[in-house]
Ligand binder design. Structure first.
Ligand SMILES: N[C@@H](CCC(=O)N[C@@H](CS)C(=O)NCC(=O)O)C(=O)O
Length: 243
């Protein structure tokens, strides 16, 4: 049994506050791989210091790309079977754009916008009693700010950051076109990745120009809805417990 370690399911509007966790949960559900979801409070518990990670009968693995490789090797899970070599390369490029840039623009909108500060206090750290919560929130805020700076995106102005993010959103919409999924009539890992990132932008009550850009695009909204319906409809095979 796979034990999937994720953040607390605390953010209304998304299956998980992490787009990476939603990506992995989507693949597990679509492939019908049973798993137990374990909520952890600190990403440092993961082997790479990030969430999600899995414990597969004692084998601990972090990073969704490495986890998906492991699922392919051990269980034959491959949502990209129907892709041509060119589509696989395009999927790779799309996923890296979503994970290595759009993700960071959404991190900026969640953590660096003063108007969204309530998300940290009232949602992410709601379980922590005061006054420790104030201290933890300030520390987490500084850590995220430093991460954005080291990534490079955080060195740009607010307008530039959102312009970059919106150009990524528009690129997804262009690739999608009038198809049901990014590479035709059935979902692939790129769709799981896009769903993870887009639902985390548009689902929760966290206003931002990124959210406005997705919400203003009926094709993208229909696509996110389609992915959500698949996610909800797939037998989750998931049990939930807090760590
Ligand atoms: N490349 C990783 C990225 C995972 C990731 O960035 N997770 C974030 C949450 S969305 C995290 O745990 N951040 C905590 C930290 O960096 O301390 C993957 O594919 O799993």
């Amino acid at each position: 049994m796979i034990r999937l370690h994720t953040f607390r399911d605390c953010l209304p509007g998304t299956p998980d506050p992490s787009g990476f966790a939603v990506k992995l949960m989507t693949v597990l559900r679509l492939a019908g791989v049973g798993h137990e979801r374990i909520e952890v409070d600190n990403p440092a518990k993961g082997p790479k210091g990030k969430l999600p990670f899995i414990d597969d009968n004692g084998l601990i693995l972090g990073d969704t790309v490495l986890i998906l490789e492991h699922l392919k090797k051990t269980r034959g899970v491959d949502l990209d079977r129907h892709l041509t070599p060119l589509q696989k390369a395009q999927s790779h490029a799309l996923q890296r754009m979503l994970e290595e840039r759009l993700y960071w623009a959404s991190v900026y909108s969640r953590w660096m916008e003063p108007a969204n500060a309530k998300v940290e206090d009232e949602i992410f750290f709601a379980d922590i009693p005061w006054p420790i919560r104030g201290f933890i929130t300030r520390q987490a805020h500084k850590t995220v700010e430093a991460a954005l700076h080291h990534h490079g995106l955080g060195r740009h102005s607010r307008e530039e950051i959102y312009a970059f993010g919106i150009s990524d959103i528009n690129a997804v919409a262009q690739v999608l076109g009038d198809q049901d999924f990014l590479f035709g009539g059935s979902p692939s890992v790129a769709d799981a990745t896009a769903f993870g990132m887009l639902i985390n932008i548009v689902g929760p009550d966290i206003p931002s120009p990124l959210k406005d850009a997705v919400a203003a695009n009926p094709t993208l909204m229909a696509y996110v809805g389609r992915m959500q319906a698949l996610f909800d409809g797939a037998a989750p095979g998931e049990t939930l417990r807090a760590a």
